[in-house]
Design a protein around this ligand. Structure first.
Ligand SMILES: C[S@@+](CC[C@H](N)C(=O)[O-])C[C@H]1O[C@@H](n2cnc3c(N)ncnc32)[C@H](O)[C@@H]1O
Length: 255
């Protein structure tokens, strides 16, 4: 993703996307069991900072990392005045560095799928491994190829004053890449402006994810299909998977 995508999406993200309840439900199973041991954490690809603020409100020192300057700006604005310990860092998930090691890294809402190339998964996992203390956990969710086939190759329309958004999705059958051309119509008084954004995702098989996690030094890998958490038409079984893995206590961070 270029750092200037997620510009309009950043501005209207909290206004338009209201999937938080399903992620809250998933989180109870995925990170709930390890949360009591977490004192410091990082929300990677934090978007507007909602999860970082929520975890900080539970007493966790938070780092919130995102590549989009607009997302970081909004996250900082939401943090300001709360007095909560959330440090927002603009960085690429493939090469981010934290000032100290944390007990948990989260990466929600298929943010991991946003890397430009499939091979970038290894780079992200190495950066996450360096950010974690040995024995710390990485929790993330990904879109699977089934989601690209069943959901992405459609046109979606969302409208909530003052914005209307059309997403024209695409996926080349048999490939591990999908895209969405997003068209924005934004009302200001009685005038409308029109903007475009392009988003791409790549996906991996479960076997590819397990193998990349092992290479980066993770063990105790657990996976959950998202369907029971989401219970919606967009998320039938097989579309989205939640993962949690532990950085092996003896694992050495690799350059
Ligand atoms: C679907 S949003 C998810 C945001 C947030 N995790 C949530 O649950 O609402 C994907 C996020 O990934 C960020 N992103 C995309 N590519 C990135 C990269 N290479 N490094 C860091 N952040 C990236 C985008 O700016 C965006 O905020």
């Amino acid at each position: 993703m270029a750092s200037d995508t997620y510009r309009w999406l950043a501005r209207y993200y909290d206004h338009l996307f209201e999937f938080r309840r399903q992620f809250d439900t998933a989180r109870e199973s995925v990170i709930g069991p390890v949360l009591p041991e977490v004192k410091a954490a990082c929300d990677l690809c934090c978007g507007t900072g909602t999860l970082a603020l929520e975890l900080a409100a539970q007493g966790i020192e938070m780092y919130a990392v995102d590549l989009s300057p607009d997302m970081c700006k909004i996250a900082r604005k939401k943090v300001r005045g709360t007095g909560l310990p959330v440090h927002v860092i603009q960085a690429d998930m493939r090469a981010f560095v934290l000032p100290k090691q944390v007990d948990l890294v989260t990466c929600e809402f298929d943010a991991l799928n946003h890397v430009p190339h499939k091979r970038d998964l290894g780079r992200v996992l190495r950066s996450v491994a360096k950010a974690l203390r040995p024995g710390g956990h990485f929790a993330f969710d990904v879109n699977n190829r089934r989601a690209f086939e069943r959901v992405w190759a459609n046109t979606w329309f969302l409208e909530k004053d003052p914005v209307a958004m059309i997403m024209h999705g695409g996926h080349r059958r048999g490939s591990d890449r999908a895209w969405s051309d997003v068209e924005w119509f934004i009302r200001s008084g009685d005038k409308w402006s029109r903007h475009r954004e392009h988003i791409e995702e790549v996906c991996w098989s479960a076997a590819e994810i397990r193998s990349a996690l092992a290479v980066a030094g993770f063990d105790q890998v657990k996976a959950w299909d998202a369907a029971p958490f989401f219970e919606d038409a967009l998320t039938p079984a097989g579309n989205r998977t939640f993962w949690r893995a532990r950085l092996r206590p003896g694992a050495k961070a690799r350059a």
